[in-house]
Design a protein around this ligand. Structure first.
Ligand SMILES: CC(C)(COP(=O)(O)OP(=O)(O)OC[C@H]1O[C@@H](n2cnc3c(N)ncnc32)[C@H](O)[C@@H]1OP(=O)(O)O)[C@@H](O)C(=O)NCCC(=O)NCCS
Length: 200
């Protein structure tokens, strides 16, 4: 690529997110923007060792103030068009987890990430939330592709992605350094046309 071509690339990706973050609804769940009042439950649930152990960036122990700082950072990320995060909530209002998209609007794709609090595992909640987020990603944001990755030793996350109809695209060997060890990372993805074909 020469200098002229490089200079034609945009400095910043064009935002594709609507001005106001919507609330998504599924059969049992409501996915809404986080509020600062969610910080206590985020610290409690994300601070579980098993959640931190399987995610990239969540520390354990989970320090005081981190949940507040994370929630406070989200509106600017949304406004810059770089990502959207949803609190996964039950009908009574309890926050049970988090799901989001990190958006690359140059390539028109996004990486999906999620966690669900341990008391709520294996009720199909993550799969249901992720289905709603995929629908939003393809139908509203018009993305071309959504991908997600998980540590090879985390079969529950692999099962979620398989239930969503994602294709396992590869294994990045020794790609993550976690707790003093290199770990294999499995990459999965789904394209807009595949999502549309599944719906019809
Ligand atoms: C991965 C995670 C989000 C799944 O949430 P969840 O709400 O329990 O997911 P679902 O109930 O929709 O689906 C889980 C599936 O994994 C299966 N599963 C659970 N533990 C498993 C294991 N050890 N081996 C194989 N499958 C397993 C469940 O049986 C279920 O599949 P099924 O519906 O066919 O029975 C949750 O376990 C979690 O937050 N883990 C810690 C953080 C994390 O891993 N985040 C993802 C990083 S990539």
């Amino acid at each position: 690529m020469n200098q002229a071509t490089l200079s034609q690339l945009p400095d910043e990706p064009a935002p594709i997110l609507p001005a106001v973050q919507p609330t998504l609804r599924s059969k049992r769940l409501r996915l809404r923007p986080f509020d600062i009042s969610d910080a206590r439950v985020v610290q409690l649930l994300a601070g579980d060792k098993e959640v931190a152990h399987n995610t990239r960036l969540i520390p354990h122990p989970y320090p005081d103030g981190l949940a507040e700082a994370w929630i406070t950072s989200l509106p600017a990320i949304y406004e810059a068009g770089k990502g959207v995060s949803f609190a996964i909530t039950l009908p009574a209002g309890d926050v049970i987890g988090s799901i989001g998209l990190m958006i690359n609007s140059v390539d028109n794709h996004a990486e999906m990430g999620y966690w669900v609090g341990r008391p709520y595992w294996n009720h199909g909640y993550c799969t249901e939330a992720a289905q709603a987020v995929l629908k939003y990603a393809f139908d509203k944001l018009k993305l071309e592709r959504v991908f997600a990755n998980y540590l090879a030793r985390n079969p529950a996350s692999g099962r979620v992605l398989s239930k969503l109809g994602m294709t396992q695209e590869g294994c990045f060997r020794s790609h993550r350094f976690k707790h003093g060890q290199y770990e294999d990372l499995i990459v999965c993805g789904v394209l807009r046309k595949e999502f549309a074909a599944k719906k019809s």
